[in-house]
Design a protein around this ligand. Sequence first.
Ligand code: FES
Length: 202
Amino acid sequence: MVEEERSEQDSVKITRRRFTLGIMLAAAAGAFGSLLSLFKVLTPEAKAGYVATVAPGDLLVYAKGAQQGTVLQASAFKVGDSVLAYPKGKAKNPANLVRLVRLEESEFASPTHKGLTSQGFVAYSAICTHLGCIVGWKETLSHPASSYLECPCHDSIFNPAQGAKVMGGPAPVPLAQIGVKVSKNGELVFTSGFTGPIGPQA
Ligand code: FES
C-alpha cells in the first residue's frame, strides 16, 4: 500500500517535471523567435529580401542592351546621361543593380555623399524603395541638371543631385547611394557598398 502511494507520488512528480520542462522549452523557443524577428527588423535588407553583394573594386558593366556585360568607360557619357549597370560578374543578383548618372559636379548638393562621386558620376540603387520596381531616367535635354530618376510603377521621383531625395510619389525614403570613381584608364569602378538598405522600405 505504501509502495503504491510512493509510486503514484513519483508518477505525479515526473509528470510535473515534464510539464515544467515543456513550458521552459516553449518559452525558450518563443524567445528565440522574438530574437529572430528583432534581427529581421534591424536588418531591412534581409527583411526586404534584397542583399547586395557589390564590393569596392568591382567594375561597372552595362546591365542590358547591345553592350550588356561590357565595362563602362567614362568617355562614353556626357552630362545628363544615365544607364543601368551591374558589378562585373554579379549580374545574377538583382540587388546589385544601380543607376549611374552623370551630372555637372557643381550640381551636387546635400545630402549627396560627394566623396562617393567622381567627375560628375553618381550611382544609386535602381530598386525603388516603394515596391521594388526598377527606376528609369527622365532627361531634360535643355537643362540636364533638371533631369531626374522616375519609377514607372507609381511615379515616384528622386533627385540625383540631392542624394536621390524623394521629390514626389509614394516612395518612403531615398535610393541608397553607392560609391563610384573613374579609374586611371577611364573605367567606372565601385568604391564602396550601399549607404543604406535596398528595395522596398514600407
Ligand atoms: S514601386 Fe516605385 S513608386 Fe511604386
